[in-house]
Write a protein that binds this ligand. Sequence first.
Ligand SMILES: [Zn+2]
Length: 333
Amino acid sequence: MAFPDWTVCLLGVAASICGCFYFYRLLRNPAKISWKKGFVADLMARTEKPLFWIAYSLYTRTKLGYMFYKRQMRKAREKYPNGHSRTEPTIINGIKIIPLPILSDNYSYVIIDTVSNLAVVVDPADPRSVQSCLDEEGATLEAVLCTHRHWDHSGGNTALVRHHSSCRVFGNALDNIPGLTHPVTDKDVIDVGTRLQFRAFYTPGHTVGHMIYLLDGRSFGGPNSLFSGDLLFLSGCGHEYAEDNLLFAAEVEPGNVEREQKLQWVLQRRSQRLCTSPSTLREEKQYNPFLRSHAVDLHQALGLQQNQDEDWTSYRARVLEELRRRKDVYKGR
Ligand SMILES: [Zn+2]
């Protein structure tokens, strides 16, 4: 989820209010003034978290967030009438997976069993592009699999269900997903026809009810495919963030040869506006720093060392924490 323009404006207003309040408190208690310590850093530390949560709540819980998502969708349709990237479907034993470019950097995925013409869509942000894909393919929508409630993943649910009365909507009940008909929890199985079988996995973090979905390759004699929502991106942790993520990976693990090769491939693809999805988990483990908390090179680049009284799991959690902190302040190119 990326914060929209209006939240920046809102943050500006809120920052001014907090700033005035902070000044007022300092003037009442001048002993606390310590310019040498860095007034701005102090102010940011005190205001950043509450402001984030105000903007986040407005975006996810109110009509204002929905209105903004609609506006973003209109703007993206004008700016990219044919989508932000060019994508190619993957077809294995009659199962077709079509990435649909949505908004300015998202993807939805339409999965069709071309034998029965039954279709499933993962995270339909823009109902119009999902519908035109279904029309083009002559497929019937049987299920929406929603990874989480953010509008850029769930915004099309209600409109699609209105058009497809037999369509079921799966997702975690904790996440307040629009149009939800079939709440799922960890390891639940979802069957669509005889050849599409998904397993849901509970992966909280990005939201309290974030789910990912694994298409089981055994039911059609192909490989498994993971639809990871906002849990995991190419070299990061659905969106077209590959280039930025790999540049960040270069900062924290500069000597990684696989990462450099993948970056060159991504740069070449992006120069033609080609989609960089999918990748395999085997590849991701080679260069995605968020899947490499065990790597000694990464520890050295981050300047971290395991403490004597610290077990391996806690140490790896600390490595992840440091990675997340650095990614949050990473400014890109
Ligand atoms: Zn999200």
